[in-house]
Ligand binder design. Structure first.
Ligand SMILES: Cc1cc2nc3c(=O)[nH]c(=O)nc-3n(C[C@H](O)[C@H](O)[C@H](O)COP(=O)(O)OP(=O)(O)OC[C@H]3O[C@@H](n4cnc5c(N)ncnc54)[C@H](O)[C@@H]3O)c2cc1C
Length: 516
């Protein structure tokens, strides 16, 4: 419900009671850090998913700058049963952006809690507050001449390691699986208590950022993709800058080559000969970095295959484009480069392109930047492809097996095309899995296309589940459905944990489909 004063109200809370909560928040933070006007809430209401904006309007936003403020805020939330949706840098584009899972939640915005508490140049570790951006950390390393590299997601500069890691996001260096590289957290629990995970629970700890597991049950996972606490510090490992770096591309002609790509490159990845989270990008993903689809197609619906084939030929793109890199001494790289080029030649497919051959051209340039953790926003070109600002990431996990990727590609493409949408995808290679990242792009200003995108996403989830596939992360419109697909036992356990840790259900109701 919108009132004269508020854009929305938390569910079940009267305006008079919300007034009281707001007065208490204001006493903690001061009026300038309690945002309630529609104008000031705009940054939190801009979503890209295929649901009406109103479904995700917050009732207010609170800007905290200290752990003690977070503790006090949670106390007020418990008192009035106000639900609170925590963001760090709030750039979760295509997964819900900064907006809450449901209407009326108060945003707890931690972007101004942005101290780099510690970077240890010898151990290659960092302890960060939630608001630290990748740009800020990059600048810090450069200013202090610390030879460590970041691993960042494509929106790099404007997003941050804490939020990205807590949503179990990925980057493109050898440290690309970010949660794997996370080490130690500080968490404010719903009752205001402060938990330090891992070795952080030991007074005067000396090993908080170097040993992940601590003692007893490993708790850090509980605070990722969840609503069990507010993370106020997070430790992460940074990669020693290698003496040499060699990014490269391998271009493949046909869509069905995805089978052979996986079979050829998986052994190299598993043996760490290719050490990074390499990417297989589809033709449209490549094209979108360069031009909108109107250059080749102005019709409605999905871009026809014949048009795509012409585009691939004319623009000298691959139907699949592998981006990977080598890191180490020149000698190490030379040995691994020989192995890779020989394996690719022996496979009889794939055109290898080096940095020297690519020169200053895109998309090679931004991929080379991403694989060394440099800042680039080039990938936002994806939104030029179709226009209209609609995007939802459909991100199923696949075994790193050729037959599996081919099956997933064909299934995703047919469902997207059936709904008039394009298959715009990349596979990001983990140790044994592939994150199959499909950007469901649509014109959010067109209600018919938005409805088609919603139906398409719904069908993608269901049809993939029928074949034993599921997503690793999902946008706020589909969290409940995804949780249900993972089964009732898991949901029951998650609900029991929620009852134990957050008995009033104030923390981010609905995150990952978890409620009281
Ligand atoms: C063009 C494009 C490319 C992208 N490429 C990538 C990519 O390569 N890899 C990738 O992973 N993502 C990618 N994304 C998705 C997304 O933009 C990034 O994952 C981004 O890092 C998430 O935003 P953030 O870092 O600001 O996190 P936030 O939005 O701050 O946080 C993400 C979520 O984590 C939870 N959370 C945040 N902070 C806390 C806290 N302190 N305590 C408890 N819970 C918390 C909340 O549920 C929140 O919604 C891409 C998006 C676009 C538009």
């Amino acid at each position: 419900m919108m009132t004269n004063k508020y854009l929305a109200l938390p569910p079940g809370i009267s305006e008079a009671n919300f007034d009281l909560a707001i007065a208490e928040f204001t006493a903690i933070l001061g009026a300038d850090r309690v945002l309630i006007s529609e104008d000031l809430l705009k940054p939190y209401t801009k979503i890209m998913i295929a649901e009406p904006t109103e479904k995700h309007d917050p009732s207010a936003a609170l800007i905290a700058t200290e752990v003690a403020e977070v503790q006090k805020i949670l106390k007020v939330c418990n008192k009035y049963r106000v639900p609170i949706w925590t963001i760090s840098t709030g750039r979760n584009f295509g997964y819900g952006s900064a907006a809450p899972a449901s209407r009326g939640q108060v945003i707890l915005d931690l972007h101004r809690m942005n101290r780099i508490i510690n970077v240890d140049p010898v151990m290659g570790t960092a302890l960060l507050e939630p608001g630290v951006t990748y740009q800020q950390l990059t600048d810090y390393l450069k200013d202090n001449k610390i030879p460590l590299w970041l691993s960042c997601p494509a929106p790099s500069a404007i997003a941050g390691p804490v939020g990205n890691t807590l949503d179990r996001g990925v980057g493109y260096t050898p440290y690309g699986e970010h949660f794997m590289m996370q080490c130690g957290m500080e968490v404010v629990m719903a009752n205001g208590e402060i938990l330090r995970t891992g070795m952080g629970a030991i007074e005067n700890t000396t090993a908080w950022q170097v040993f992940k597991w601590g003692y007893g049950p490993y708790l850090d996972g509980l605070f990722t993709q969840s609503n069990y606490g507010v993370v106020t510090k997070l430790g992460t490992w940074l990669m020693p800058a290698p003496p040499a770096y060699k990014p490269f591309c391998i271009r493949y002609e046909n869509e069905t080559d995805i089978h052979d790509i996986v079979e050829t490159l998986r052994p190299l990845r598993m043996a760490n000969i290719i050490p990074n989270a390499m990417v297989f990008a589809s033709a449209i993903w490549e094209a979108a970095a360069l031009f909108p689809r109107t250059k080749y197609y102005t019709g409605k619906g999905a871009t026809p295959d014949s048009v795509l084939r012409d585009m691939i030929k004319a623009e000298k793109l691959g139907a699949w484009n592998v981006y990977a890199a080598l890191y180490g001494t020149k000698e190490q790289i030379a040995v691994n480069w020989d192995i890779i080029t020989n394996v690719v030649k022996a496979s009889g497919k794939g055109l290898i392109i080096t940095e020297e051959e690519a020169g200053d051209t895109q998309p090679f340039k931004y991929r080379a930047a991403l694989m060394r953790g440099d800042m680039t926003l080039q990938e936002f070109g994806l939104y030029r492809w179709r226009g209209g600002g609609g995007s939802m990431w459909f991100a199923p996990v696949a075994q790193a097996r050729g037959a599996e990727t081919l099956k997933q590609m064909e299934l995703a493409k047919s469902i997207l095309n059936e709904h008039g949408l394009d298959y715009v995808a990349e596979f990001i290679v983990g140790m044994r899995d592939l994150h199959h990242i499909v950007d469901v792009l649509f014109d959010r200003e067109d209600p018919v296309e938005t409805a088609a995108a919603y139906a398409c996403f719904d069908k993608l989830l269901s049809e993939f589940a029928k074949r034993g596939y599921a997503v690793y992360r999902v946008n706020t419109a589909f969290m409940d459905k995804t949780a249900a697909l993972y089964g009732s036992t898991k949901q029951d356990i998650e609900r029991s944990i929620k009852h134990a840790l957050d008995p009033n259900g104030i923390l981010a109701p609905g995150k990952s489909g978890i409620y009281l």
